[in-house]
Design a protein around this ligand. Structure first.
Ligand code: PEP
Ligand code: MN
Length: 334
């Protein structure tokens, strides 16, 4: 349920109302927008007397919300959320490209790629240290060493770092990480999401391989229900019957999510397509569709990459992509 307050309201009256609502056991989500203040009620609102609240002097309207996600709902928070990522902002017109290798492999690799993507305009560096691989015999990442090398690359370039977490016990290792990625395979690892909700770290939540957008938003809700509102959503393609692409990149997810939620939405055309030759066109399409950012795999030697070389761009290809994005950004539908 949301309570929209009138334009000019007295702070004391607002306080009386919020105290009364809290006293009745509701969690509150208060959003002060440019024009209105909105109070979102979290909890079982079926027993609330809507007419009574609507009759209060300071209340403009009261509406029930149909969707099961509350904190992530745009009806609770009409302005886009702007999320801090280690000093770099995303959302609300702040467009960011996150770029880097699928996995951190060596010091030279991560630092060279970090310098190259920064020079091309990337705002953040990605690189996996704990890798979710289909085969237990495949490269699993450098683990703690990988996180250390990412920190070195951050020091060398100033780029905030983005890397995937696979289990909550690893959280103490992620102190220097600016954005913690929850990968597609863990989108519904609810215990992990709850633990991340207890932190105030920025979380990049990727859509699961076979999950609906409502399920993605409910997973964001798990994090936000713990009080952590620093969530960025990521469309990274879903499983379909198509075999020419690794996944089917659902670009309609961008305007759908932007309508439903105030959280920033980024698109991953690397995992979304699985092929380097498709990445630039899909990145440009995602940008025009209104995405708040992109996450792109870039490797200094894709044929020899330990993970996802086929979909990785060279630094030169990434530079061309970044130029393409700058050209189309003014045409984004928002
Ligand atoms: C990745 O970003 O390297 C990754 C494993 O992504 P996803 O979880 O989307 O497959
Ligand atoms: Mn990858």
């Amino acid at each position: 349920m949301i309570i929209l307050l009138k334009d000019k309201v007295n702070e004391n009256q607002v306080k009386n109302l919020t105290n009364w609502l809290e006293g009745n056991g509701f969690g509150l989500h208060i959003s002060k927008g440019q024009n209105h203040t909105i109070i979102g009620l979290i909890g079982d609102t079926s027993r609330v007397d809507m007419d009574l609240i609507a009759s209060l002097d300071i209340v403009e309207t009261v509406k029930r919300i149909q969707e099961p996600f509350k904190s992530a709902n745009r009806k609770f928070h009409e302005d886009d959320s702007v999320i801090d990522c280690g000093g770099v902002k995303i959302g609300g017109g702040n467009f960011q490209i996150i770029a880097g290798p699928c996995s951190v492999e060596t010091r030279d690799q991560i630092i060279d790629v970090a310098r190259a993507v920064k020079a091309s305009g990337a705002g953040m560096l990605r690189g996996g240290a704990f890798k979710p691989r289909t085969s237990p015999y495949a490269f699993q990442g450098l683990h703690e060493k990988g996180l250390e090398l990412l920190s070195e690359a951050k020091k060398a370039t100033g780029l905030p770092i983005v890397t995937e977490i696979m289990e909550a016990n690893h959280l103490p290792l992620f102190e220097d990480v600016d954005v913690i990625q929850v990968g597609a395979r863990n989108m519904q690892n609810f215990e992990l999401l709850k633990e991340l909700g207890q932190t105030r770290k920025t979380i990049l939540l990727k859509r699961g391989l076979a999950n609906t957008l409502e399920e993605l938003l409910m997973s964001a809700e798990y994090i936000m229900a713990g009080g952590n509102n620093n969530v960025i959503l990521c469309e990274r393609g879903i499983r379909t019957f198509e075999t020419y692409t690794r996944n089917t990149l659902d670009l309609s997810a961008v305007p759908v999510l932007r309508r439903l939620t105030h959280l920033p939405v980024v698109v991953d055309p690397s995992h979304g397509t699985g092929h380097a030759y498709l990445v630039q066109s899909m990145a440009m399409a995602a940008t025009v569709a209104g995405a708040d950012g992109l996450i792109i795999e870039v490797h200094n030697d894709p044929p020899h990459a330990l993970c996802d070389g086929k979909q990785s761009l060279t630094p030169e290809q990434f530079d061309a992509l970044a130029k393409g994005i700058r050209n189309v950004l003014p045409f984004a539908v928002r």
